[in-house]
Design a protein around this ligand. Structure first.
Ligand SMILES: Nc1ncnc2c1ncn2[C@@H]1O[C@H](COP(=O)(O)OP(=O)(O)OP(=O)(O)O)[C@@H](O)[C@H]1O
Ligand SMILES: [Mg+2]
Length: 334
């Protein structure tokens, strides 16, 4: 019998990743799609599609982003099924050997943890031997060994998750979730661009791509121009002001929530936490975001904000580390 395989999974609204004790590392966009009808099935030649591929064929699919809004939408069976497919697919990509025992730690947005741990457990029971579900920011903190006097701010697609670490497993009181994150920026940008360029054609997917290429807050690094079709012809559009406004729209609630959580924390340790704030998640890739937040938190005293090095894998790497460190008795058998 081969040795057990430990995996850390970061289950995100927009992207999910897995790393395994075998060294495998994979990420995908969190889309699952089933062919709409008989013709679609014939065209696609498969029962279910994932990630980018599902997105590309979205016109032939019933497409799901099962963790949208940070929870597996309760009562929608297909969403639970989509989560199961998603996890099964992620696990298959790290190629466990036949019969190999799988120990998985799954990091999910903090509010999913409250609402739907059970659904996730059910979803993976078939192919995982033992499981633990933790909040994403906790997984990130564990991976970075930021276990004491630190604050993690995970800026994802559906949610921004905050977590204060104080030398023990964080409880509900140490965590907070707000819902103005990456998707919100996309919606804002889409609406600003629709107002400014009513005759140009673009989709939410294009807008998200522009954001991921050029996102910034504060002083513009230069003019941001993108190509959009007008009457079928590609035309350059200046989106600098709109992009900045959209990206900056998520910052005030982030600053306020961080300040409020720190203010509630034990006063003797507040200064330490303030000097140890770490941004994670895809949103931490927005240019200038760490210094913007740092400057705006300064009115509450000196502070230091930095960004994780590898936002795509910080959560899953942390979850794997936790899986490998965790004593046997803490695992729940499924
Ligand atoms: N270079 C970039 N600049 C700005 N935003 C980015 C960049 N790359 C990705 N993003 C955005 O980050 C978000 C995805 O981040 P991440 O993968 O951490 O989220 P998630 O884990 O899927 O979501 P959640 O944590 O809400 O479940 C998306 O909104 C995406 O558009
Ligand atoms: Mg995430």
């Amino acid at each position: 019998m081969s040795e057990a395989l430990y995996v850390g999974i970061d289950l995100g609204t927009s992207r999910s990743s897995i790393v395994a004790s075998s060294g495998a590392r994979v990420w995908m966009e969190s889309y699952v799609g089933w062919p709409k009808d008989f013709i679609a099935q014939k065209v696609l030649g498969r029962q279910v599609l994932f990630g980018r591929e599902a997105l590309e064929h979205r016109l032939s699919l019933e497409l799901y982003r099962p963790l949208e809004r940070g929870v597996i939408k309760e009562g929608i069976e297909r969403n639970e099924e989509a989560v199961r497919e998603l996890i099964a697919h992620l696990v298959s990509m790290v190629k466990p050997e036949k019969g190999q025992k799988l120990y998985a730690i799954v990091g999910v947005p903090a509010d999913t943890l409250k609402v739907n741990k059970l659904a996730i457990r059910k979803a993976v029971a078939e192919f995982v031997h033992s499981l633990m579900v933790v909040s994403e920011p906790f997984a990130v903190a564990y991976g970075l060994e930021l276990l004491d006097n630190a604050m993690i701010i995970d800026i994802g697609a559906g949610t921004v998750d905050f977590c204060i670490m104080h030398g023990a497993i964080p409880t509900e009181a140490d965590q907070k979730t707000i819902y103005t994150a990456g998707d919100y920026i996309d919606e804002q940008l889409y609406s600003y661009l629709s107002d400014k360029y009513p005759n140009s054609r673009f989709t939410m997917t294009m807008v998200r791509k522009f954001k991921e290429q050029h996102a910034f807050v504060g002083e513009p690094p230069g003019k941001v121009q993108v190509e959009l079709p007008v009457d079928g012809k590609p035309v350059l559009h200046d989106i600098t002001t709109e992009l900045r406004r959209a990206c900056e729209s998520i910052l005030p609630p982030i600053v306020d929530t961080a300040a409020e959580m720190i203010a509630r924390f034990d006063p003797e340790f507040q200064a330490k936490v303030k000097n140890n704030i770490v941004l994670a998640g895809g949103g931490s890739l927005i240019r200038g975001i760490a210094s913007y937040i740092q400057d705006n938190l300064k009115e509450f005293g000196p502070c230091k904000v930095r960004t994780v090095e590898d936002p795509l894998f910080a959560g899953s790497e942390g979850a794997l580390k936790l899986a490998q460190d965790m004593p046997e008795k803490y695992w729940e058998e499924l």
